[in-house]
Write a protein that binds this ligand. Structure first.
Ligand SMILES: O=P(O)(O)OC[C@H]1O[C@](O)(CO)[C@@H](O)[C@@H]1O
Length: 428
C-alpha cells in the first residue's frame, strides 16, 4: 500500500512540511503506545496482532465439512459482516456470497426466494450473540430452511463470543462454531474468523490475506515518513484539526466499493467521540465525478478526498468510432479512461486547493487486500491516539438499541419512553 500526501500540502485546509515534521514527533510517541498495546495484547490494540494471531487452519477446518457450497449467506451486521463483504466483493469466486445485514423485509424475502438453501451455507456472525437484527434474520432464515426441508443444523456455521444466544444455540445443536478474537472490536475483526470464514468458503487464499496484513505490520514504524498507514492517519487527523471534518472516500474500482463501506464504519465508530471525528462519505470513481465532485470542489472548504485505486487491473478496449467528436475514445480502453479520470479528478481538486490523498495498491488480490485492511486499521488507531479519543468503544450506539428493544417489549428502557416524547411538526 502506497500513500501520497503531496496534495494535502498548502491546500485549504492544508498542511505544511513543518507541520508534518512537528506531527512526526507525536507519531513516534503514538507508535510507542500502540506497540506497547500490541505487545500486551491490550483490548483494541490486539486487533493489530491479528495477521499473526489469526489461525487459518482453524478457519479452514471449520468450513471444511461444508465442502464446496453454491453460496454462502452471512447473517451479521456492522463489523460482523463488512470485513467479509469487502473481501467477497473484491475477489472473484464460483461460490456466491450474500449478506443479510439489515432487516428490510422486502430485501430478506427477495434474497431467500433466490437462494437454493440446500446448497447454501448460513454463516451467522455476532460477537455479542445478542444483536437484534442478526438474531431476527437468523430466525427467519432458519424458518425458511425448515420450510425448504433443509436440516439447518447441517448448513449453519456460527462465529460468536463465549456468551450469548448464538453460543447457546451452537452448543445446544452441536453446530460448527468459530470463536471471535478476544479484545478485538467488530470493526477491526476483518483479518480474523469474523472476516475470513467466507473467504475460506469461497476458496480464496486466507494465508495470503494474512500475509498482506503482516506486510502492513512490518511497515509500521515510529515515523509517518516511513509508514504509509501512519502517514494516512496523521495527515487525515491534522486536516481534521484544521477543519476537514469530512473524508470523502472514493475508490476508483468497483471491486473496492464495499471496502469504502467497511472504512466508513471503522472511521466513524472509532473516531466519532467527544464531539470530535471526521465523517466518512462513501463515493465511487468515476461515477461520483458526475454527482458529488461538484460539492467536493466548490462546496465548503471542510473536507478532504481520499482517492484509492489499484495500479494494475484488467482492461477493455473501446472500439474505433466515427461518431462526431468521439474519435479520441476509439482505440483507447476503459482502463485508460478510468486512469485519466482519476488523474483529472485529483488535479481538479488540487487546482481548487481541496486536500486529497492518494492510496494505491498494486492489484486487487488477497495479499493487497490484507495489507489495505490492516493499513486503514493502523491509520485509524494512530488517528485515535493523536486525537486522544477512545478508539475501541462505541457507547453512543447503545441508546438506540435500548429504545428499539423497549418498543418491542424487550424490557423497560427509559429510552423507549423518550420515543413517545417526539415533538410533532407535520406538514402534509
Ligand atoms: O458482532 P455483534 O455483537 O453482533 O455487533 C455487530 C455490530 O454492532 C456494533 O456493536 C454497534 O452496535 C458494532 O460495533 C458491531 O460491529
Amino acid at each position: 500500500m502506497d500513500v501520497d500526501i503531496g496534495n494535502a500540502l498548502e491546500t485549504r485546509p492544508g498542511l505544511t512540511e513543518e507541520t508534518l515534521d512537528r506531527l512526526d514527533d507525536r507519531v513516534a510517541d503514538a507508535h510507542d503506545r500502540i506497540a506497547r498495546g500490541m505487545a500486551d495484547d491490550e483490548f483494541g490494540y490486539a486487533s493489530l496482532n491479528l495477521p499473526e494471531t489469526a489461525d487459518p487452519a482453524a478457519i479452514r477446518a471449520a468450513v471444511e465439512p461444508f465442502g464446496e457450497p453454491e453460496a454462502v449467506l452471512t447473517v451479521g451486521i456492522g463489523g460482523s459482516a463488512l470485513g467479509a463483504a469487502t473481501l467477497a466483493d473484491a475477489l472473484e469466486s464460483d461460490v456466491d456470497a450474500h449478506f443479510l445485514d439489515n432487516v428490510d423485509p422486502d430485501a430478506v424475502d427477495a434474497l431467500l426466494a433466490d437462494l437454493s438453501l440446500a446448497d447454501t451455507v448460513v454463516n451467522v456472525v455476532s460477537r455479542s450473540g445478542t444483536t437484534a437484527e442478526t438474531l431476527a434474520n437468523f430466525l427467519v432464515v432458519r424458518d425458511a430452511m425448515d420450510d425448504a426441508g433443509v436440516d439447518w443444523t447441517e448448513r449453519t456455521l456460527v462465529t460468536t463470543g463465549e456468551e450469548g444466544n448464538l453460543r447457546q444455540l451452537a452448543e445446544t445443536h452441536d453446530l460448527p462454531a468459530l470463536d471471535v478474537p478476544e479484545g478485538v472490536p467488530g470493526r477491526f475483526s476483518a483479518l480474523s474468523t469474523v472476516g475470513l470464514a467466507v473467504t475460506a468458503l469461497q476458496g480464496h487464499d486466507v494465508e495470503a490475506v494474512l500475509a498482506g496484513g503482516r506486510d502492513g505490520m512490518d511497515a509500521l514504524s515510529g515515523s509517518l515518513y516511513e509508514s504509509p498507514a501512519y502517514a494516512y492517519g496523521a495527515t487525515t487527523y491534522a486536516l481534521a484539526e484544521r477543519g476537514a471534518l469530512t473524508n470523502a472516500f472514493m475508490p476508483y474500482s468497483e471491486s473496492l466499493e464495499t471496502f469504502a463501506e467497511w472504512f466508513a464504519q471503522l472511521w466513524a465508530e472509532s473516531l466519532g467521540k467527544d464531539g470530535l471525528g471526521q465523517t466518512p462519505a462513501r463515493a465511487l470513481g468515476a461515477t461520483d465525478q458526475h454527482s458529488q465532485l461538484q460539492l467536493y470542489r466548490a462546496g465548503p472548504a471542510d473536507k478532504l478526498v481520499t482517492l484509492v485505486r489499484p495500479t494494475e487491473r484488467a482492461d477493455a478496449p473501446i472500439p474505433e468510432t466515427d461518431l462526431e467528436g468521439l474519435s479520441y475514445l476509439g482505440g483507447s480502453s476503459l482502463g485508460d479512461l478510468l486512469d485519466a479520470e482519476f488523474a483529472a479528478t485529483e488535479a481538479s481538486l488540487a487546482a481548487a486547493d481541496v486536500p486529497n490523498v492518494r492510496v494505491e495498491i498494486d492489484r486487487v488480490d488477497e495479499r493487497a487486500l490484507g495489507e489495505l485492511l490492516f493499513g486503514m486499521e493502523a491509520a485509524c488507531v494512530l488517528y485515535g491516539e493523536l486525537a486522544s479519543v477512545s478508539t475501541f468503544t462505541q457507547p453512543a450506539v447503545e441508546w438506540g438499541k435500548k429504545a428499539a428493544r423497549g418498543l418491542l417489549g424487550g424490557g423497560d428502557f427509559p429510552e423507549a419512553e423518550a420515543v413517545a416524547d417526539k415533538r410533532e411538526f407535520r406538514i402534509d
